[in-house]
Design a protein around this ligand. Structure first.
Ligand SMILES: Cc1ncc(COP(=O)(O)O)c(C=O)c1O
Length: 401
């Protein structure tokens, strides 16, 4: 086992006491679903902030009253402005993030920046990546790419040593999840980026399971690309995927999978080869997904207001409570015990896990189940210790039945 050199960025200013129990209660009032169930599934679909509905209404009102004028009164720039709301979460400069439908589309744009018909054509991934990362890059075989899967020793951690060894002068891309979806293991992204850079390869970090719960310093780590979405810890809903490109790369890369929004003067409607806009529009396809970008803002604002370092502190306390309860009950836990290796979820593997998860949901304890992993339980800043205890008591009752 290798220990990641992942380090939490130091929180700015004194520790916040706005995450004390009383304020958790205040934040809870911003998320209507928390009044109706024990919602422990933010690794899958974060709770909807009350103000997302207001923003969607604002979108509808703008469409209804301003019509086509809305494009030049803000809608055309909405991608750049929404991306800029994520700079703190990712730890990057403004104007480096473009918005896309989802992670797959963002990865597709990255993949389209490179050629795969020369000597350097290996795409190296571990076997524990999210499946669509495999599916998408498998498709690049038709352009000449060699896909290399690095096996892991178990289903919890990637084998960092093997991954580093597999990255060589023939490697062009290394797609890597910062937090694994199946175990919440935090990978040693910094070591992978350093190795990739030593041999001239690029890392595409999938930060979906980290963004909004694990602090990041992508610029400090030298990340080339990062992709993610808003559905989970960012509480931003579907349709708001994002792509970060390192500014020096962004100046020269020529993505192939682009549309008119990537043109320097889109409203000139020039035909023929594209004249690329500067970043981040350079990586854009067509018309932005305006309603999704309106609603995503609500979650981004709340996460930014609390701050990911403080969310992380609370998340660690709650996941530790879950892990302790699971350990005391003698359950197999498929998540690293060490805080510095663990993202925001805890995966508990009990007999008949799928059926137990279904029954938990029937009893209003909302979790999910992943085959080969177990029941995934994901507290966020709005969950309470009492909810953790209730979930674990219900789980034990079902397992012992
Ligand atoms: C790590 C990770 N990457 C990618 C995805 C899927 O992303 P999208 O549906 O936006 O393509 C998920 C979804 O669960 C995920 O956990």
């Amino acid at each position: 086992m290798t220990t990641p050199n992942y380090q939490l960025p130091t929180p700015k200013g004194p520790p916040a006491d706005h995450l004390a129990e009383l304020d958790v209660q205040r934040w809870r009032r911003e998320f209507p679903i928390l009044e109706t169930c024990t919602y422990l599934v933010s690794h899958s679909l974060g709770a909807m902030p009350r103000k997302a509905a207001r923003y969607l209404q604002e979108y509808a009102d703008t469409w209804a009253t301003r019509g086509v004028r809305a494009w030049y009164e803000g809608w055309w720039e909405i991608g750049r402005e929404t991306g800029n709301l994520l700079t703190g979460v990712l730890g990057v400069q403004p104007n480096t993030i473009s918005m896309h439908q989802n992670v797959t589309v963002a990865q597709g744009v990255v993949g389209s920046c490179f050629r795969y018909d020369g000597r350097r054509r290996k795409i190296v991934m571990t076997d524990l990546e999210f499946p669509s990362n495999h599916y998408l890059f498998e498709g690049f075989r038709k352009y000449g790419a060699d896909i290399v899967y690095v096996p892991s020793r178990d289903t919890m951690r990637i084998d960092t040593g093997r991954l580093l060894d597999a990255i060589d002068e023939d490697t062009i891309l290394v797609p890597l999840s910062l937090v694994l979806f199946k175990s919440a293991y935090i990978t040693d992204a910094k070591a992978v980026i350093e190795k990739a850079h030593r041999v001239g390869a690029h890392v595409v970090l999938d930060v979906y399971q980290a963004a909004g719960t694990v602090p990041m310093d992508l610029e400090g780590w030298g990340a080339d690309f990062a992709v993610g979405g808003s559905v989970k810890w960012l509480c931003g809903g579907p349709g708001a995927g994002y792509l970060y490109v390192r500014p020096d790369l962004a100046r020269t890369l020529q993505p192939g999978f682009i549309g008119w929004a990537a043109h320097e003067t889109p409203f000139a409607f020039e035909t023929g080869p594209v004249r690329y806009a500067a970043a981040p529009e350079r990586f854009q396809s067509g018309t932005p997904n305006v309603p999704s970008l309106y609603s995503a803002r609500a979650g981004y604002e709340i996460v930014a207001q609390i701050g990911v370092p403080d969310i992380r502190k609370r998340s660690l306390a709650l996941t530790r409570r879950l892990m302790d309860a699971a350990r005391d009950a003698g359950y197999r836990v498929n998540t690293p015990a060490a805080d510095e290796e663990r993202g925001g979820s805890v995966i508990i593997d009990v007999p008949n896990g799928a059926a137990v998860a279904d029954e938990l949901i029937r009893r209003n304890v909302i979790v999910d189940y992943r085959p080969g992993a177990g029941i995934r339980i994901a507290p966020h800043f709005y969950n309470t210790e009492a909810e953790i205890d209730h979930a674990m008591e219900t789980l034990s009752e079902l397992v012992n039945r």
